[in-house]
Design a protein around this ligand. Structure first.
Ligand SMILES: *[C@@H]1O[C@H](CO)[C@@H](O)[C@H](O)[C@H]1NC(C)=O
Ligand SMILES: *[C@@H]1O[C@H](CO)[C@@H](O)[C@H](O)[C@H]1NC(C)=O
Ligand SMILES: *[C@@H]1O[C@H](CO)[C@@H](O)[C@H](O)[C@H]1NC(C)=O
Ligand SMILES: *[C@@H]1O[C@H](CO)[C@@H](O)[C@H](O)[C@H]1NC(C)=O
Ligand SMILES: *[C@@H]1O[C@H](CO)[C@@H](O)[C@H](O)[C@H]1NC(C)=O
Ligand SMILES: *[C@@H]1O[C@H](CO)[C@@H](O)[C@H](O)[C@H]1NC(C)=O
Length: 229
């Protein structure tokens, strides 16, 4: 009797565990303040097949200053070998988070066990492995147990949300972008120099220019005289 109860409880526990996504915002050098707790969100979207009326969507925040968050009681498509996919997005006003898009796959095995896998997406890519994509993008699997780790993009500065207005054209705009980049400045300077070089030579060294012109003329004459010979 006790054994049966144990089995049922165990089954329920494993079921509950499997249809929960746990995550943790892991910022080793930052104390997560109440301020950033209120400005950090995790959104979970169900994609692909769904068995409920509408695909699942939920947005949640951090539960505590340790950075924990979770989505529980997820609707899983039932049936042997049935898969359910979710996409987890992370957004924060204070941090640039990575991976910012994670594909999570649940699959029901023949013995009723539900397995879960998570894959991180690369920045700027929407693709994920699916039967209806001929060449699925290879996604890198990431650890899901005990939780999915979300961290800060390395060396990302705090975003600045204000912009100084009425700055001069040398500080902002296309001209500033040229002046602020050594390569662009060098390229522009070279083009200018190439264009004005003949004029410069003529201006500063009229003798040489005269000599060069005369030499060219002499060559031409020579050619003509060769032709006429
Ligand atoms: C975070 O806060 C705790 C206690 O308030 C402090 O002991 C710790 O040094 C802080 N860590 C950082 C990285 O600021
Ligand atoms: C955050 O808020 C909770 C309750 O709202 C408070 O107990 C805690 O001290 C606050 N933490 C910080 C770092 O301000
Ligand atoms: C959705 O379900 C249909 C029918 O059950 C199946 O053929 C199809 O492969 C499923 N699509 C995905 C993305 O799992
Ligand atoms: C489920 O998948 C396994 C491994 O891919 C396969 O051996 C099995 O036949 C599948 N079962 C059903 C009912 O499709
Ligand atoms: C179900 O099968 C998988 C592999 O096929 C195995 O890892 C898992 O332990 C099994 N679960 C149970 C409850 O038998
Ligand atoms: C003189 O003729 C040679 C070949 O006959 C030619 O290569 C050269 O460009 C000509 N020079 C001038 C100034 O026309």
């Amino acid at each position: 009797m006790l054994f049966v109860l144990y089995l049922i409880v165990g089954f329920l526990l494993s079921f509950a565990k499997c249809t929960t996504i746990k995550g943790k915002l892991d910022l080793p050098f930052v104390n997560i303040s109440n301020f950033s707790i209120s400005r950090t969100y995790f959104s979970l979207y169900q994609i692909g097949n769904y068995s409920t009326n509408e695909p699942y969507y939920k947005k949640t925040g951090l539960q505590d200053s340790d950075g924990n968050f979770e989505f529980s009681n997820l609707p899983i498509n039932s049936g042997i070998n049935e898969t359910t996919h979710f996409v987890l997005y992370s957004t924060s006003l204070d941090f640039n988070l990575k991976p910012n898009r994670i594909l999570i796959e649940f699959k029901e095995l023949e013995n009723g066990t539900i397995t879960s896998k998570a894959f991180k997406n690369f920045f700027g890519r929407e693709y994920f492995p699916s039967n209806d994509i001929i060449h699925p993008e290879h996604l890198e699997a990431i650890e899901m147990e005990p939780y999915i780790t979300i961290s800060e993009v390395n060396m990302a500065p705090y975003r600045s949300y204000f912009q100084v207005r009425n700055v001069g054209i040398l500080q902002s705009g296309p001209l500033a972008s040229i002046l602020n980049s050594r390569w662009k400045s060098a390229a522009v300077l070279s083009v200018i120099l190439l264009a004005i070089f003949p004029f410069l030579v003529e201006k500063f060294d009229p003798e040489t220019t005269k000599a060069m012109k005369q030499e060219a003329l002499a060559k031409k004459r020579k050619n003509i005289s060769i032709l006429h010979r």
